[in-house]
Write a protein that binds this ligand. Structure first.
Ligand SMILES: [Zn+2]
Ligand SMILES: [Zn+2]
Ligand SMILES: [Zn+2]
Length: 277
């Protein structure tokens, strides 16, 4: 790749900042349980209990994600989760898959939860070996008081790849210095490329409403990495593909923002974090 410039000046380290994201381009469809999708049926074995919300009170020490400041009282029924997304390794080898697994399933508790950083659905990530699934479970109905914004319409993907540069808050100190960014500045340099909103795998976080805080792994201390972005809106950007529908999944996070899932580069099964930005 040619040396990237900013304002006509080649900046050392700029090329290393480029991350290629897989833009998912969700589109309304009728996915099967053995396909990658948003909001479709999960390949979930009928002999495995359907998962419940991990945000309980008192807290479940094994539940991934941040320490919840509250949750569903354990002396009442804990809500069943709903399938939010499913990704097969054959379709998206860019995602992390622990050894022996080939499908990643994302579930939401479709109610409002107070995370230390935002309000939104509670999230579970489940990796499994699709070859071990025999009969497929019939999911329980969504909780009666579910938020419609957290119940996605079924979508299939028409992915493409797109190169991204980070927001200023994700710059390493050397790049900030090379760009002459003043200490403590929080605005992107003038003319810096926008990081738009769209569903994607990898790439950089479109920080906006949320602060970039506390992304260290609770287990090993490594810096968690942007892994999946679920966007309220699909923005038209220069990836060369058309966008037929701006909100194909019909879900909405925060102030029309993006629900970002961060995983540990050491081991994706370390506790992940969610930030709605
Ligand atoms: Zn919940
Ligand atoms: Zn870790
Ligand atoms: Zn595209």
């Amino acid at each position: 790749m040619r040396q990237l410039t900013y304002d006509g000046v080649p900046i050392p380290g700029l090329n290393d900042l480029v991350r290629t994201a897989i833009r998912l381009h969700p589109a309304p469809g009728l996915p099967r349980p053995d396909e990658s999708h948003f909001g479709g049926p999960l390949l979930w074995p009928s002999d495995e209990p359907w998962p419940e919300c991990p945000a309980t009170w008192p807290p479940d020490p094994d539940a991934s994600d941040d320490a919840w400041p509250g949750g569903h009282p354990l002396d009442e029924p804990v809500p069943a989760m709903v399938g939010a997304a499913q990704f097969f390794r054959d379709d998206f080898p860019e995602l992390p898959f622990p050894e022996g697994t080939d499908v990643l399933q994302i579930l939401f508790c479709p109610l409002e939860h107070d995370n230390p950083y935002h309000r939104g659905p509670a999230v579970r990530l489940v990796w499994r070996d699709s070859g071990e699934v025999g009969d497929i479970a019939e999911p329980p109905p969504a909780p009666e008081d579910a938020e419609a914004a957290y119940l996605p319409e079924p979508c299939v993907f028409e992915p493409c790849s797109i190169d991204e540069l980070p927001r200023l808050c994700d710059f390493p100190p050397e790049t900030r210095a090379a760009l002459g960014v003043p200490e403590g500045a929080s605005e992107d340099p003038e003319g810096w490329p926008e990081l738009d909103h769209y569903a994607k795998i990898g790439g950089w976080t479109a920080w906006h409403a949320a602060e970039r805080v506390d992304l260290g792994c609770r287990e090993c201390g490594a810096e968690l990495r942007q892994t999946l972005a679920l966007a309220t809106e699909e923005h038209e950007v220069g990836c060369g593909c058309g966008v037929d529908e701006e909100e194909p999944a019909g879900w909405a996070f925060g102030d029309r923002g993006v629900l970002n899932i961060f995983t540990c580069p050491t081991d994706p099964r370390h506790p992940f974090k969610v930030r709605i930005a």
